[in-house]
Design a protein around this ligand. Structure first.
Ligand SMILES: *[C@@H]1O[C@H](CO)[C@@H](O)[C@H](O)[C@H]1NC(C)=O
Ligand SMILES: *[C@@H]1O[C@H](CO)[C@@H](O)[C@H](O)[C@H]1NC(C)=O
Ligand SMILES: *[C@@H]1O[C@H](CO)[C@@H](O)[C@H](O)[C@H]1NC(C)=O
Ligand SMILES: *[C@@H]1O[C@H](CO)[C@@H](O)[C@H](O)[C@H]1NC(C)=O
Length: 389
């Protein structure tokens, strides 16, 4: 009996002293972030190539247009802040860019698959994920060569080992879904091409891994059916609108995409044994902002802050920052609302800084991630964490 108790005590002690997941794993100390994506994470790419997102974009935090389709910071900015890194310069921005701690290849309107329509036809950026990958690969290959030349290059480009230690972040897919609807496809037709879209996404992750990338952070796609832009742009019947005012077919297709994306991430973990891949359920957070706006301190979530009238304060011909010339003077006719900090949607398509900040707070500790580990732990593989959990 005495003996049995001693054994039990030993077992108890060893169970209690097992390291807890958060204290046993070191934080990752990511030296850089490389981001690929669309407007959800564009910090100046589209602006550099096709013209600056106009005032009043940027009014909240930067106090001037800052290459973002937002009044202030995006999720990627909050991620950079949290990791103690500077905001990411857009790869395409040749003015005052500094890539020593990462680069941003995202552009607003980007899709994963290259489209057969031009930007003027469909609003889709020609800098699709395959192009972003080519740009990344060039950056990856040339950085060490240029850095060796010393001088300013040493200060502006990442250290060689930053590429393997960096966090690679992705937020893309939403525009692949709307691209089909713009071609008048049915929801079934859109769903039918989702596997091809995700196959191309998967190839890009594999390509980055082959060049030494190890830590990946993948945002799923949002409830596109709740955006004023979709509600205004696409034909929907009353029966397709749910009690929150969102168009269910578009949300269902986003959820369909997300389930498949999760499967792809699962497969990538098998195919890339040294990769740590975190899947982040941004969809649920964005959806909560629409369904529980009041509880979360927001008002009138389907109405854009910056726009020009109509049910959603969104007019696709007079978007946020639109100007007219009257008596020889430029006048902004789609201006910002009084208090962007209580708004969910900024310009009819993108979330406000306040919404982004709230989402970041929820996701940073890993409660919306698979595996459920905090941002600062995202270099640890699932198998590492399973061992401890
Ligand atoms: C564009 O056209 C090519 C050739 O017909 C086709 O293979 C590809 O899937 C099309 N892309 C999209 C996004 O529809
Ligand atoms: C680039 O950014 C890094 C990190 O913030 C900083 O140490 C460096 O001085 C910057 N270089 C230039 C030329 O601004
Ligand atoms: C989609 O349908 C609308 C309405 O019938 C039509 O005006 C538009 O040209 C169509 N677009 C395409 C790309 O076929
Ligand atoms: C994560 O953070 C959110 C927001 O601060 C909090 O509500 C939630 O309880 C946290 N979850 C865990 C698992 O710590």
């Amino acid at each position: 009996m005495e003996h049995a108790n001693a054994i039990l005590l030993c077992i108890l002690i060893s169970v209690i002293s097992l390291p807890s997941p958060l204290t046993s794993l070191p934080t990752c100390e990511f030296p850089a972030i490389f981001n690929l994506g669309d407007s959800n994470s564009d910090t100046g790419g589209l602006s550099a190539a096709f013209g600056q997102a106009p005032y009043p974009h940027g009014i909240t935090h930067f106090h001037h247009p800052a290459g973002r389709f937002c009044d202030g910071r995006l999720l990627i900015d909050f991620i950079a802040e949290d990791l103690g890194l500077p905001y990411l310069s857009a790869y395409l921005d040749s003015m005052a860019s500094n890539f020593s701690h990462g680069a941003n290849f995202a552009t607003a309107g980007s899709t994963i698959r290259p489209q057969n329509t031009t930007m003027t036809q469909s609003g889709v950026s020609p800098i699709s994920l395959d192009v972003q990958y080519v740009q990344y690969s060039d950056f990856r290959r040339r950085s060490p060569v240029l850095r060796k030349q010393g001088g300013v290059f040493e200060q502006l480009l990442p250290l060689e080992d930053s590429f393997s230690r960096a966090l690679y972040t992705f937020d893309i897919g939403q525009n692949d879904l709307t691209a089909g609807y713009k071609l008048n496809m049915t929801t079934d037709q859109v769903k039918a091409y989702v596997p091809d879209v995700l196959h191309q996404f998967s190839n890009v992750v594999k390509g980055i891994y082959a060049q030494g990338g190890r830590s990946f952070w993948v945002h799923n796609t949002g409830p596109v059916g709740c955006l004023p832009y979709s509600l205004d742009r696409f034909l929907i019947t009353a029966a397709q609108v749910n009690k929150y005012g969102c168009a269910t077919p578009f949300n269902e297709v986003a959820q369909f995409f997300n389930r498949r994306l999760k499967d792809v991430v699962f497969q990538l973990r098998k195919d890339l044994p040294l990769a740590a891949i975190t899947y982040v359920d941004v969809y649920s957070l964005k959806y909560s902002l629409f369904t529980q706006a009041k509880k979360l301190g927001f008002k009138d979530p389907l109405r854009a802050c910056c726009g020009h009238g109509g049910k959603y304060n969104f007019n696709s011909k007079r978007r946020c920052g639109s100007k007219i010339i009257e008596n020889g003077k430029e006048i902004v006719i789609a201006n910002a609302c009084k208090d962007p900090s209580v708004k969910v949607i900024w310009d009819g398509i993108h979330f406000t800084e306040a919404a982004n900040r709230w989402m970041f707070k929820q996701l940073v500790n890993g409660s919306f991630s698979d595996p459920p580990i905090p941002l600062k732990m995202a270099c640890h593989r699932t198998t590492d964490s399973l061992y401890y959990y």
